[in-house]
Ligand binder design. Structure first.
Ligand code: C2E
Ligand code: MG
Ligand code: MG
Length: 617
């Protein structure tokens, strides 16, 4: 009974035992368990005491506020907790709590009334120190934030790098484009250059062969561009080339190609043409457009082109052959009087190869000393003496024998070799005269022919001055023979040059007079010393009354202008006596002497040896 009274039984287990068990649970629980009533702690397990840093006994009866960092925190919880409890709900949350030593820690709390039906019975608090969790979470959050920040930074870096890369790619593309442009275009005119032309032509030929089209290659060379360039100077010449390029582009269709090979050479490729008529139209258009005046540096210029045309497939199967043949045809336009066009014909190749062969052989001839000078005497009947010697160049070619200057001088002129040949002639003639003087022969002037290109050379006066000094010859013993066309070429420049030469004492003769178009009014302005009546008038003097009239007029003109007059090509006595009747006293011709080697010519210095016609004297 007593045992029943002191220890009531609960399902076979005594209350005491049950309490002991509950206490054991409380004491060993790893979470804090606390009971409060009337805002005071009434029970707390060991874990609560440990968490809050109190002796367990000290906790009992402690005001709830003591466990909170501040009264405000305590009341703030109350505002949330009390209504929840009234609704018979529990509270769950994490709050900062205060230890006995005043330090704070984070606590996960769930609070509930012990018996919701009797709220005054008290509240049970389950508590867990989550400071460490919090720290870990905070650390996690921080490292997450850091990571996010790093990712954001990296992303920004990548974005910037990407933008930079794109800029670089763009720049590189632009540079490559520029390099390509430079490598394939002519810097001056911006037209395709030889490399790009080759490419375009090759492509055009592939297309043409696939679809059975024709393609035309036009080789365009500006006539006398060198002279224009010399007159304008390089800047002016460049301007003109740009103007020509612009006009050529306008003259053709967009599908065609206009290229510049360099210098004054342009090439036009006409794609997909249906026949020669198309090409003629374009060629005429080009001639017309270039012929319109161009204003450059206060000059009004008219450019004329010489055009050579080859057609695929008739004139060549590939670009090399087509270009070569168009070039050959261009030379034929030049010799046909320029400012025109010529279609290629196979026969042109024979002529062209002869021309080029001769040019090459002439270069070799100069080096090997195969050029020699012969001299033909100029005779003064009044003084019964030789009054001069004309130096005439001869080419003794080992293969072909003697080649006439009429054949090779034009080639030398065209190729520019005349400058070398001409300088050699001047030097050689002056050296010869000096030799004759040293041999005791009388002082006589030597006549040297100057070709147009040689005369137009800027350095001519300087070259002559040097040669005279070199050979110790006075200037008055040199007579330069130029033709009327040379004289009339660029009147102002010619006048300056002639004045300079005349001032030095060099004499000037107009060769082949009567065949050119010199303006008589100019004759007076130029310091001309002598006119040489062309031998074509002398040849038919006795039979052709017109020739006789012209010869008589020239002789009369010269005498009136007080210019020396000499008749060339006198071959017989009849011609001589007619010329004497017209008032001419100086002569040159086979009747007196042929051109001869220096040694033989020297014999003519003696009055008794004026030639075969000594009896005349
Ligand atoms: P040119 O200056 O009118 O020279 C006179 C030409 O007439 C020479 O021909 C000469 O041999 C020829 N001749 C002289 N008397 C007679 C004659 O009675 N009857 C005929 N039928 N012909 C006669 P060549 O030597 O063949 O020279 C031809 C042209 O070549 C020269 O004509 C001249 O324009 C040019 N030439 C000659 N040597 C040189 C030179 O060193 N430099 C330059 N630039 N041209 C030259
Ligand atoms: Mg001459
Ligand atoms: Mg002559």
């Amino acid at each position: 009974m007593s045992s029943r009274l002191s220890s009531p039984s609960l399902g076979g287990v005594t209350v005491t035992q049950s309490l002991l068990e509950l206490r054991a649970i409380l004491d060993n629980a790893t979470i804090g368990i606390m009971f409060t009533r009337n805002r005071q702690v009434v029970q707390a397990n060991a874990r609560v005491a440990e968490m809050f840093g109190y002796q367990r006994d000290a906790l009992i009866g402690l005001a709830g506020t003591e466990l909170f960092p501040s009264l405000e925190a305590y009341e703030a919880l109350g505002h949330v907790l009390v209504p929840l409890l009234k609704q018979r709900k529990g509270y769950r949350g994490e709050l900062q709590m205060k230890r006995q030593d005043g330090s704070h820690f984070w606590c996960r709390i769930s609070a509930k009334d012990i018996d919701p039906s009797r709220p005054l019975e008290g509240t049970i608090w389950i508590m867990e120190d989550v400071t460490e969790d919090r720290l870990i979470q905070q650390a996690l959050r921080q490292s997450h934030e850091k990571l996010e920040q790093r990712v954001a930074e990296r992303t920004a870096d990548l974005l910037a790098a990407n933008v930079k890369l794109q800029d670089e790619v763009f720049e590189r593309m632009q540079t490559e484009q520029r390099v390509w442009q430079m490598a394939h275009h002519d810097a001056l005119t911006g037209l395709p250059n030889r490399a790009l032309l080759q490419d375009r032509l090759d492509q055009a030929l592939v297309q043409a062969s696939r679809y059975s089209h024709q393609v035309a290659v036009m080789f365009i060379d500006l006539d006398r561009f060198k002279e224009i360039n010399d007159t304008l100077g390089h800047a002016g010449g460049d301007e003109l080339l740009k103007e020509v390029a612009a006009r050529l582009k306008v003259a053709v269709r967009a599908v065609d190609t206009v290229a510049r090979l360099g210098g004054d050479e342009f090439v036009v490729v006409l794609n997909e043409i249906s026949g020669a008529d198309d090409i003629v139209l374009v060629a005429e258009k080009i001639i017309a457009t270039l012929g319109q005046s161009a204003h450059i540096e206060n000059h009004e210029l008219h450019v004329t082109p010489s055009i050579g045309i080859s057609i695929y497939p008739d004139d060549g199967a590939d670009s090399v052959q087509l270009m070569k043949n168009a070039d050959t045809a261009m030379y034929h336009s030049k010799s046909a009087g320029r400012n025109t066009f010529r279609f290629f014909a196979p026969a042109m190749n024979d002529e062209a190869s002869r021309f080029f062969k001769l040019e090459h052989r002439l270069i070799a001839a100069l080096e090997r000393g195969e050029l020699v000078l012969h001299y033909q005497s100029l005779v003064d009947l009044d003084r019964r003496a030789v009054c001069g010697m004309e130096a005439l160049v001869r080419w003794f070619d080992p293969e072909r024998g003697l080649i006439s200057p009429d054949e090779f001088i034009p080639i030398a002129e065209e190729s520019g070799l005349i400058l070398t040949v001409g300088e050699w002639v001047l030097h050689q003639a002056m050296r010869q005269n000096r030799l004759w003087q040293e041999q005791g022969h009388p002082l006589i002037p030597i006549s040297v022919n100057l070709s147009p290109r040689q005369f137009q050379q800027k350095s001519l006066v300087g070259t002559i001055r040097n040669i005279l000094a070199d050979t110790a010859q006075p200037a008055h013993l040199l007579e330069l023979e130029i033709t009327e066309s040379t004289l009339m070429h660029d009147v102002n420049e010619t006048l300056d040059k002639l004045k300079e030469l005349a001032a030095m004492g060099v004499k000037l003769a107009i060769d082949d007079f009567g065949t050119g178009y010199s303006s008589l009014s100019y004759l007076k302005r130029f310091p001309v010393h002598k006119l040489k009546v062309d031998r074509s008038f002398v040849r038919d003097l006795c039979d052709d009354r017109e020739d006789a009239a012209i010869a008589a007029a020239i002789i009369g003109l010269a005498r009136n202008l007080d210019i020396d007059i000499l008749a060339e090509g006198v071959e017989n006595e009849q011609q001589l006596s007619m010329l004497l009747n017209f008032g001419c006293r100086k002569f040159q011709g086979y009747y007196f002497a042929h051109p001869m080697t220096p040694d033989k010519s020297a014999l003519l210095f003696h009055p008794l040896h004026l030639g075969a016609q000594d009896s005349l004297f």
